[in-house]
Design a protein around this ligand. Structure first.
Ligand SMILES: [Zn+2]
Length: 228
C-alpha cells in the first residue's frame, strides 16, 4: 500500500526503517524505499486485503490524480465483516459515491465478479484497466473510429472488432457490471455496457469480439469519477 497513518498523518513512507500499524488489521507496516520503484508500506506478515496487488508508478500516478482523502479507502461489509481497500473512493456518503479500482495486472474473472459485488453494494464502481502487456497490440489494431460511429450525449462511440484469435480479454470486460475504462498509450477509453452497446448497434446485441468504445480526456475521466 502507498499510504498509511503515521503520527496522525496519512502518507507514503519517507525513510528507511519507518514503522507504523495498519489501521485495518493492526499489523505492523514497514517502509519499503526501492531505488527503482515507488515508496510504499509493506505488511510484515502479509497484506490484510486479499485483493491487493504489487503497485508501481502507474498506480501511484492515478491515486495522486485524486484528493488525498480519496486514496486507499478501507471499506467493510456490515454483515460479513469482509474488508477491502478501494484504490480511490470519491464522494463517500453521497448518492454519487464512486469506487475506482486501478487494474494493472490481469485479473481472474471470479475475482472481478467478487470485487464488483463487494464495492457495488453501496457505490458506483469504475475500473481503469491498464492495457500495457500483450493485449496492447490487439487493442491498438482493433481501434476503428469509422466503424458505425454513433453520437450519444455528445460522445462519439464506434463499434470495434477485437483483433486476434482470442477474444477472452475483451469478452471478460464486456461482462462486467461496473463501468469499464481502458488506458492505452495514455489515452482513456470508455467501454459501452450491454444496453448502451445494443443501442449503438441499432438494437442488436454485439457479436463476439465486438465492443463499443468512446474516447475521453483525462479531465473528463477524473470528473466522472469525482461525480462532477
Ligand atoms: Zn492490514
Amino acid at each position: 500500500m502507498l499510504y498509511a497513518w503515521i503520527d496522525g498523518v496519512k502518507r507514503p513512507p519517507t525513510a528507511k526503517g519507518e514503522r507504523t500499524a495498519c489501521h485495518d488489521c493492526g499489523g505492523t507496516l514497514t517502509s519499503v524505499i526501492p531505488a527503482e520503484n515507488v515508496r510504499h508500506w509493506r505488511h510484515k506478515t502479509g497484506d490484510c486485503d486479499s485483493w491487493s496487488e504489487p503497485e508501481g508508478p502507474w498506480h501511484l500516478g492515478w491515486k495522486e490524480a485524486f484528493p488525498e482523502d480519496c486514496r486507499e479507502i478501507s471499506l467493510s461489509d456490515s454483515i460479513t465483516g469482509e474488508r477491502h481497500r478501494a484504490d480511490v473512493l470519491c464522494g463517500a456518503g453521497t448518492s454519487n459515491a464512486t469506487v475506482l479500482e486501478l487494474q494493472h495486472s490481469s485479473i481472474p474473472e471470479d475475482e472481478r465478479i467478487a470485487r464488483e459485488a463487494f464495492y457495488q453494494q453501496d457505490h458506483r464502481m469504475f475500473w481503469l484497466v491498464h492495457i500495457h502487456n500483450h493485449q496492447k497490440w490487439n487493442f491498438g489494431m482493433s481501434l476503428n473510429w469509422q466503424s458505425r460511429p454513433v453520437n450519444v450525449k455528445g460522445k462519439e462511440f464506434a463499434i470495434m472488432q477485437w483483433y486476434g484469435r482470442s477474444t477472452q480479454f475483451i469478452e471478460k470486460w464486456k461482462r462486467s457490471t461496473a463501468y469499464v475504462f481502458f488506458e492505452f498509450q495514455e489515452q482513456i477509453f470508455f467501454l459501452g455496457g450491454k444496453p448502451l452497446s445494443e443501442r449503438i448497434a441499432g438494437g442488436t446485441p454485439l457479436e463476439k469480439g465486438q465492443y463499443a468504445l468512446c474516447h475521453l480526456t483525462h479531465e473528463e475521466f477524473i470528473r466522472s469519477v469525482s461525480g462532477a
